[in-house]
Design a protein around this ligand. Structure first.
Ligand code: ATP
Length: 452
């Protein structure tokens, strides 16, 4: 029977992610832990590749941006200075009847005012503030003197190192520091798969500028971040800007825009580009007692506290976006049965977990050995897979579902003349290429890739 709903849904993405080894529920055999997920063999490849793509874009392609990997655990005063101890809260309400828990800012204001549960109509508690930082203790005694936090953002690790990096790497303003790492938030509501989780990864870049130059830099980074998604092959009609209104602006922000993506559950934030003013460094100067001013040696030792433009993206959220954006159920035949359809992930070839799958048409007659041999030749350059099980059509479908951009098939002619077929995932067209030219051919295909 044909199933008519061919659109992408979160259920389909979650189920595909598990079936193909992208993402598993954390501690599944114990019933799972909400807000935490494990990345399987394909998931870790995809995550690493998104990270590498971002890292190259931000550091290698920008002469004045350098990297950092700061510790997750930091001095607790950092979070007082940053304002997180005081302000990093969400408004929380509970339903007294069905016990459901909500973020007050995410329910209908009318229902909130009437204290009416959006799920069961029962009575809601008053709104109370809830701090999202995870607390733990350092050292053997669990008292307040050892209280520390799991960082809720990677940005602060950058701010506290800004002077170190100026000194060690002779950076001059304007310059940026990029970092990828784990962050933790005790989110009240974790739903929509890996969209909002308690443990996640961020890719952040903090750009230090002279006060007065901030608005120009802000425009520059908005543009750069938008173009990044173009390069990544994302469907641009699925992206839009959202400017924070006065009531949405964080305590530190002068101006803030989010890039939103149209996920199956609606338009949601993907990353933020923020003008954080000189708030962060001024606060660290105040709380640490250390001079956080920049000394401009090219301008008569002029001193100032730099403004910061931040680009803050969720790596794991971007992975979800990439999965949703790549997903398609495509009609490829008209026989009136389920085999007319294929599920395909149109990943950019630089992101696909496997770049090349090598498939011998038959196991026998030396084809399997020849295929293994060709796979070995390609391994140095590409992540490869090998599959000899089942009909060739089925094997192509399996690779389509994993988003593998190129399948190489070894047949009887390959034994005679050394050529193989290369099948393109998106067009399904096949081309005969001599094995001696395979590496160059695939590199060229990747370079020329354009989303169809
Ligand atoms: P929200 O208001 O939705 O809770 P936020 O605006 O506080 O999120 P930021 O602090 O700006 O989010 O975080 C920057 C980026 O980090 C977000 O754009 C998102 O991609 C990612 N991110 C934030 N919180 C989470 C989370 N709980 N799970 C996954 N990714 C997250």
């Amino acid at each position: 029977m044909e199933n008519n709903d061919r659109s992408v849904t979160m259920e389909k993405i979650t189920s595909l992610a598990k079936r193909k080894g992208f993402v598993f529920q954390s501690s599944e055999i114990y019933g799972g832990l909400s807000g935490a997920w494990d990345y399987g063999p394909y998931g870790i490849e995809l995550k690493n590749r998104i990270q590498r793509f971002w890292w190259k874009e931000m550091t290698q392609l920008h002469d004045n941006i350098v990297g950092l990997d700061a510790a997750i655990l930091m001095h607790p005063r950092v979070w007082e200075a940053s304002g997180h101890v005081e302000n990093f809260t969400d408004p929380l309400v509970d339903c007294k009847k069905c016990k459901a828990r909500f973020r007050a800012d995410q329910i209908d204001p009318e229902k909130l005012q009437k204290h009416e549960c959006p799920e069961c109509g029962g009575e809601l508690t008053d709104t109370r503030k809830f701090n999202l930082m995870f607390k733990t203790h350092i050292g053997p005694v669990e008292n307040d003197s050892g209280l520390i936090y799991l960082r809720p953002e990677t940005a602060q690790g950058i701010y506290v190192n800004y002077k170190n990096i100026i000194q060690s790497n002779r950076m001059k303003i304007p310059f940026g520091i990029a970092q990828v790492g784990k962050a933790f938030r005790n989110e009240i509501v974790t739903k929509n798969f890996i969209f909002r989780t308690c443990e996640f990864e961020q890719m952040e870049m903090q750009y230090f500028v002279k006060p007065g130059e901030d608005e120009k830099a802000f425009e520059y980074w908005k543009n750069e971040r938008w173009n990044y998604y173009k390069k990544l092959g994302i469907r641009m009609e699925k992206l839009r800007w959202h400017q924070h209104g006065k009531d949405e602006l964080a305590h530190y922000a002068k101006d803030a825009y989010d890039i939103e993506y149209e996920f199956p559950m609606g338009w949601k934030e993907l990353e933020g580009v923020h003008n954080r003013s000189n708030y962060d460094l001024s606060r660290h100067q105040e709380f640490s007692g250390k001079d956080m001013q920049y000394i401009d040696q090219d301008n008569g030792n002029e001193r100032y506290i730099p403004y910061i433009i931040e680009t803050s993206a969720g790596l794991t959220r971007q992975l979800l976006m990439v999965l949703c954006d790549a997903y398609e159920e495509e009609k490829i035949a008209d026989n009136g049965n389920e085999d007319d359809w294929r599920t395909v992930l149109h990943f950019h070839p630089l992101l696909a977990p496997v770049t090349v799958a090598v498939l011998p048409l038959m196991k026998k007659d030396g084809l399997a050995e020849l295929a293994q041999d060709i796979r070995n030749e390609l391994k140095e350059d590409f992540v490869t897979d090998y599959d000899q099980a089942g009909a060739i059509g089925r094997r192509y479908r399996r690779q389509d579902e994993a988003g593998t951009p190129y399948c190489i098939t070894i047949d009887y002619d390959s034994k005679e003349d050394g050529t193989v077929t290369v099948r393109d995932r998106d067009t399904m067209e096949q081309k005969r290429v001599h094995r001696s030219e395979l590496r160059a051919y695939i590199h060229e295909q990747i370079k020329q890739y354009k989303r169809k």
